[in-house]
Write a protein that binds this ligand. Structure first.
Ligand code: NZQ
Ligand code: ZN
Length: 388
């Protein structure tokens, strides 16, 4: 087992009506606020209006139109410019993971004189960042409880992940009611993303019984509650559980003791959304069973076996048969919640697979010593082909 350091400096304010704590939460960081949001969902659900009322006494500057897979030039640079010009004290991010991630990149860029892309790609080190408070509206990425930001740069097909203690939100306001309006596809994709975050941390060389049990419980809760939320979008308890599961799923607590990891399915998916701008969780759901099938072997079967026993009662002795059943259960589950399960369904064909595999091989480090199952370029190509 590995030594670990665990640090999460984010206060979660969770549940119905939590927005009542927004004004006080912001006050201690200053008056000049950058309000960052996406393409309009927060206006449709009345949240924008509510926040503007709550913040009457603040100086609000707005950055709107942040797109899914948030874009560097279009949104990050624009946000940094607004911050620098208006002496912004604090960023208020209202939306899903894309709005939060974009705000995190802005937070470091606003206090940096050079090109923030150098920070996001670890060529330069950030020394400080503006504080971030968020109001989350979609259960998915866990950005509300982690120090990660994922930013896309369309012109180079890059989608890079940046991690730093500086960009943990100070406070995350999490009211499940704000997720009632999330579409069926985004509800399913968000769930697939959270499940995949757990699987990335489950398929590692070392884990603890405690973490294995917590991860299996979170997967079960996601699988059960997403069906309830799809059936009745206003099911408070189901939305509550989805939000709570997703918040914990990417925070790192599940991999305490597991040592460094390389998140192969995310590495592959980030290229898919870098090249084709697809929904992150959909890409992951497609890749998950194909990656599992590809890596199942004598060396890996024990982790599959443990997960099978924790999740399902297959009444089967043979570890390989159980593992195949487990993989099939994940496939059927993603399909049952309405996710298209082939890349071709997203108009992705074989034409750029080689190019993507080479891009992933170059930037994602899936073949290093930490890998549960190292992937070379040829392996990545095969997984992508099997996902068509
Ligand atoms: O733009 P608006 O109008 O707000 O609409 C959004 C968007 O179209 C909509 N939406 C959000 N809340 C809603 C809502 N629609 C109705 N009602 C609501 N309450 O949902 C759509 C998708 O939003 P987005 O923020 O893109 O989704 P998600 O939260 O899944 O974020 C995805 C991004 O996060 C990155 C992904 O790669 C992707 O770029 N990730 C971030 C991680 C992190 N920071 O730790 C880890 C993840 O692995 C992931 O890579
Ligand atoms: Zn993810």
């Amino acid at each position: 087992m590995f030594n670990f350091k665990y640090y999460t400096p984010t206060k979660l304010i969770f549940g119905k009506g939590s927005i009542s704590e927004l004004e006080l939460s912001l006050k201690k960081y200053g008056k000049n606020v950058l309000l960052a949001y996406g393409g309009g969902s927060i206006k449709k659900i009345g949240l924008y209006e509510k926040i503007k009322n709550i913040l009457k006494d603040f100086n609000i500057f707005e950055l709107d139109g942040i797109k899914p897979n948030p874009k560097y030039k279009e949104s990050v640079l624009k946000g940094i410019e607004i911050c620098k010009k208006n002496n912004i004290d604090v960023i208020l991010a209202v939306g899903g993971g894309s709005v939060l991630d974009c705000s995190k990149a802005i937070a470091v860029g606003a206090l940096y004189e050079g090109d923030v892309w150098d920070i996001l790609t670890y060529k330069a080190i950030a020394k400080s960042a503006l504080p971030i408070i968020d109001v989350l509206t979609l259960a998915a990425t866990g950005s509300e409880f982690d120090g990660n930001a994922v930013i896309s740069r369309t012109e180079t097909n890059d989608k890079v992940g940046y991690s730093s203690d500086l960009i943990f939100p100070k406070i995350s306001i999490l009211d499940p009611e704000y997720t009632y309006s999330v579409s069926k596809l985004q509800t399913a994709a968000g769930t697939a993303d959270a499940i995949n975050h757990i699987l990335e941390q489950f398929f590692v060389k070392e884990s603890t019984m405690l973490n294995d049990a917590m991860m299996a419980s979170a997967i079960k809760s996601l699988m059960i509650n997403v069906k309830k939320a799809l059936k009745n979008p206003n099911d408070y308890n189901a939305r509550y559980e989805l939000m709570y599961d997703a918040t914990l799923a990417c925070n790192g607590i599940f991999s305490n003791g597991s040592g460094p990891q390389n998140w192969p399915m995310h590495g592959i998916e980030h290229a898919l959304s870098g090249y084709y701008d697809i929904t992150h969780g959909v890409g992951l759901a497609i890749i998950t069973p194909r990656w599992m099938e590809y890596i199942l072997c004598d060396k890996t079967v024990d982790r599959f076996d443990i997960l099978s026993d924790l999740l399902f009662d297959f009444k089967e002795e043979d570890k390989f048969i159980k593992s195949k059943k487990l993989i099939n259960e994940f496939y059927k589950f993603f399909e049952s919640i309405g996710i298209p399960m082939h890349l071709k369904d997203l108009n992705i064909d074989e034409s750029r697979i080689k190019e993507m595999a080479s891009h992933i091989n170059k930037y994602e480090n899936l073949d290093n010593e930490y890998a549960f199952y190292p992937l070379k370029e040829k392996d990545i190509e095969k997984i992508l082909i099997n996902s068509l």
